[in-house]
Design a protein around this ligand. Structure first.
Ligand code: C5P
Length: 204
């Protein structure tokens, strides 16, 4: 039986950590859909044409080691405004969402466009400052040196591009439960998310 959990929200709000933990808790598969756009963005940085790169995307491309850099994230949000790029990635996401045994997908448009029928929807947010602080720490730990101010500016830029685009903008589904993680520890945020999904799932 399928059960889809859609987890959307802006960059560095905690979606990734929460999604992985929710998937592990319920034994569901997890797809970080940002990786699809990052993989296309990385190809475009290497000189590919965006729509052709999206159409040719293979599951192995999601394993590339350099997809987590700030430069690839920026390029991802630039290719993500192109409707044909988004269209090329829809089928893969929808079939993942409907796989037997349950699936968690995290992204920007999962609850609104990819899986409007998802059984559970969360919209995870946090203040831009808080998200920039987390992203800055994560980049520093990986050896990518950037000032906090530059990271905050990049977070704000990407938020604006994601919110203002005409196709599938970042926006909570009307039936999504909002979870603001600004003042929550990781454990608290995960516990709340699990509680929300468990309520939608009903008794086992
Ligand atoms: O989630 P992540 O930060 O890895 O996503 C990188 C970029 O990919 C986002 O800034 C956004 O522009 C795009 N994206 C999207 N729709 C999704 C997931 C990511 O447009 N479902």
């Amino acid at each position: 039986m399928s059960f889809t959990v859609a987890i959307d929200g802006p960059a560095a709000a905690g979606k990734g950590t929460i999604s992985k933990a929710v998937a592990a808790h319920f034994g569901f598969a997890h797809l970080d859909t940002g990786l699809l756009y990052r993989a296309v963005g990385a190809r475009v940085r290497d000189g590919a044409e965006p729509i052709a790169a999206a159409k040719a995307l293979r599951a192995e491309d999601l394993e590339a080691g350099d997809l987590r850099t700030q430069a690839v994230a920026d390029q991802a949000s630039r290719v993500a405004v192109i409707p044909e790029v988004r269209a090329a990635l829809v089928d893969f996401q929808r079939s993942f969402a409907r796989r037997a045994g349950g699936a968690v997908l995290d992204g920007r448009d999962i609850g609104t466009v990819i899986c409007p029928e998802a059984e559970a929807k969360l919209f995870v947010t946090a203040s831009a400052e808080c998200r920039a602080e987390r992203r800055h720490r994560e980049l520093t730990e990986r050896g990518e040196i950037q000032s906090y101010d530059d990271v905050l500016a990049a977070v704000r830029d990407r938020d604006q591009r994601d919110r203002d685009r005409a196709t599938a903008p970042l926006l909570p589904a009307s039936d999504a439960v909002q979870l603001d993680t600004s003042d929550l520890s990781i454990d608290e945020a995960v516990a709340r998310a699990i509680e929300i999904v468990a309520r939608r799932r009903g008794p086992e």
